[in-house]
Ligand binder design. Structure first.
Ligand SMILES: [Zn+2]
Length: 415
């Protein structure tokens, strides 16, 4: 390996106070990349025995966005752009972190500033970027980390400029991702980069601000007050977030699980309420049936009482010698009792009276004043049969051995 030591820092531009440390980095990075081995027969490229792959820059910038816009044309340009943006940022940030980790180990670099200094020189040798760090930068290993830098020859902006197509957003997203990944690994602090101005959009520079995710918006706001571009542009800057998609998916999954749990609980509650409702309904039906049953029994008992304990005595009383006044009173009494009982009688079923269908017919004809002989003719049976039916009807109505006229009794039931 050919070790060359240079005194001219030409792969990166930094404030004077960082010059020495970057020059040191430039020397060992240059040596690292001067040890190159290409073997197309095996499809391999190696630097210092580490395998690398070459990727065409435009394929990962302008042309990648174009392809995604075409693929997602049903979802619109903005969604295609966001998808591409997040995808490229995540890829570049991951590569930046992994490259840094491997490089520090190989070069035995331990100090955070030393690690940071290797970054831009490494970017220069791998074709990622030429970096110009501004003096206002404050690269410290905590939340106050602040880096402001330009990529004057950004491969991403160049892809747009070469196609002579002006972008309507800041296109240098892989540059943002790779540099923030590298620095995050160097300092062990979460870092994120936002491109605040972009040449592909027509700005003078591709300028980046790198900071802790909790601080970056403040730094952008502070910077925007001194910038030559209208303040509004900076308020619209979308700060990339490493694996934003994953975070959104996680949130969505948590939200979905929560919703499913809610639905499950509600369904259980509804099922329980439904069961209780059904049970209550059954109980109510039973009670209602019992009440109906009781009401019917009460009415029937009442009627039986009137028929068996009152009416026969009133009839009997009516057959004794009564004064005219007593007869009137008795008559009144009978009518009143019938009046009280009549609504019940009307409802009284033949089932209760326990008459057979034939007896019901006979009773109907008797009530109409038809004599036995005629009834026998109407029903096409013998007179004896009718006599036998009348006897059974009288028995069932409790008139057996009583001098109560059957027809009068049947009529009285109707009154
Ligand atoms: Zn740019």
């Amino acid at each position: 390996m050919n070790h060359i030591t240079e005194t001219n820092l030409n792969t990166v531009s930094v404030p004077d106070n960082f010059r020495k440390i970057f020059l040191n980095a430039q020397n060992y990075v240059r040596n690292y990349f001067s040890d190159i081995q290409k073997d197309p027969e095996k499809g391999l490229i190696k630097f210092s025995d580490e395998r690398y792959i070459l990727i065409r820059a435009a394929s990962m910038s302008k042309e990648f966005f174009d392809m995604m816009t075409l693929m997602y044309k049903d979802r619109g340009e903005e969604e295609a752009r966001n998808l591409s943006f997040n995808f490229l940022f995540d890829i570049a940030h991951s590569i930046g972190k992994a490259d840094a980790k491997s490089f520090f180990k190989k070069m035995k670099v331990k100090d955070p500033i030393e690690k940071l200094s290797a970054g831009p020189v490494h970017f220069a040798y791998t074709g990622w970027a030429c970096v110009k760090i501004h003096p206002l930068s404050n690269p410290v290993p905590d939340k106050n980390f602040y880096l402001i830098y330009d990529h004057p020859y950004s491969f991403e902006a160049q892809a747009w400029l070469e196609k002579k197509e002006k972008a309507n957003f800041h296109v240098c997203v892989m540059s943002s991702g790779y540099s923030s990944g590298w620095c995050e690994e160097s300092f062990g602090v979460s870092l994120v980069t936002a491109e605040v101005e972009c040449r592909a959009k027509g700005d003078r520079h591709c300028r980046f601000i790198m900071a802790h995710p909790a601080r970056i918006k403040d730094y952008i706001r502070k910077y925007s007050k001194k910038a030559y571009i209208k303040y509004e542009q900076y308020t619209k800057i979308d700060v990339p977030e490493f694996f934003k998609r994953k975070r959104l998916e996680d949130e969505l999954r948590t939200h979905k699980a929560h919703l499913e749990e809610l639905v499950r609980k509600r369904t259980d509650k509804l099922k329980k309420a439904n069961r209780q409702f059904e049970e209550t309904n059954i109980a109510l039906k039973v009670i209602l049936k019992q009440m109906e049953e009781k009401e019917k029994n009460d009415k029937e008992n009442f009627l039986i009482n009137i028929r068996q304990s009152i009416i026969p005595y009133l009839k009997q009383l009516g057959e004794t010698d009564l004064t005219k006044g007593q007869s009137v009173l008795l008559n009144r009494l009978e009518k009143n009792i019938n009046h009280i009982a009549s609504p019940l009688i009307a409802k009284l079923s033949s089932t209760y009276l326990n008459l057979t269908p034939m007896e019901i017919k006979v009773a109907g004809l008797v009530k109409d004043g038809i004599v036995n002989k005629e009834i026998a003719q109407v029903l096409n049976v013998s007179v004896n049969t009718i006599t036998s039916h009348r006897y059974k009807i009288r028995t069932k109505l409790g008139l057996k051995n009583k001098s109560i006229n059957l027809r009068s009794y049947l009529l009285s039931l109707e009154e």
